[in-house]
Design a protein around this ligand. Sequence first.
Ligand code: F6P
Length: 323
Amino acid sequence: MKKIAVFTSGGDAPGMNACIRAVVRGAIYHQVEIYGIRYGYNGMIKGDIYHMNSHSVSNILQKGGTILKSARSQDFRTKEGRQKAYEQLQKFGIEGLIAIGGDGTFTGANIFYEEYGVPTVGAPGTIDNDLYGTDYTIGFDTAVNTALQAIDKIRDTADSHDRIFFIEVMGRDSGYLAIQSGIGGGAEIVMVPETRTSSADVINILKQGWNRKKTSSIIVVAEGDEEGDALQIADKVKQALNDKDMRVTILGHIQRGGSPTAADRTLASRLGLGALEGLLNGEKNKMAGIINDKLVYTSFKECITLQKPINPDLLRMVEILSV
Ligand code: F6P
């Protein structure tokens, strides 16, 4: 393989730049020509493709976001869109792809491989940490730490005013961000999509806390929780608790930005190089991941269909430590 391209797709994640850098520098080291595709699959369809060299990735290791830009492409979901993307790759003579993104990115890559057979290896980049085939995804550690800083600050004001705070964190279908930031932030309750906590449970736990003379409480809610969003849950709880003083904070996209942590920079560099060397060694239609500190390759199909469960010990811990 002499000419390959790299792109980022879906929600951006801190560490994506470190990953791009590892792919580009790794390709140069292995004497392979490397191209960048801007705006993910949209850029592939439009031919927004440029040649990269070592300087293209200078001074980006520490930066959040993605220098290659990102998008959630509707056009790539269509046969016509994918046909156009394939034609552009042919035009540039690109023989293989490195896709940095999450489940949507790999769903697209999987279909594209089945239709056109372009070898693709993925690097998991999403703050959600919801991909099977790797212990951690690029951006998760930074996002947890961002959420944690916010929770610490909210705790100060919650404590000063004897208030209950509902804090909503990101994670469309996954409670990883919620559970880790909740444990780190000493939350009384963490609500995640993987396990059901009803509003009635929340009310009971809060009442038990007051019986033990607790004056303020933090409840971390994953945005994808089945019981509803943080505002809806807070509403139900407030009604049942005679309008007790409560506030809701939705952390939102603040969790997606910022300079990556040391852990994310190392992970991103390992996964970027791992994806590149996998592709050059003949891996295809697979995602590079790190499990128990070992580089592994898992088929896109497994990564997007199999669930990565939350360790139940973590959920148990929240209950025990909030006594
Ligand atoms: O997949 C990452 C993520 O941040 C999710 O946690 C969140 O639900 C989603 O992206 C938000 O996407 P968008 O920025 O497109 O609204």
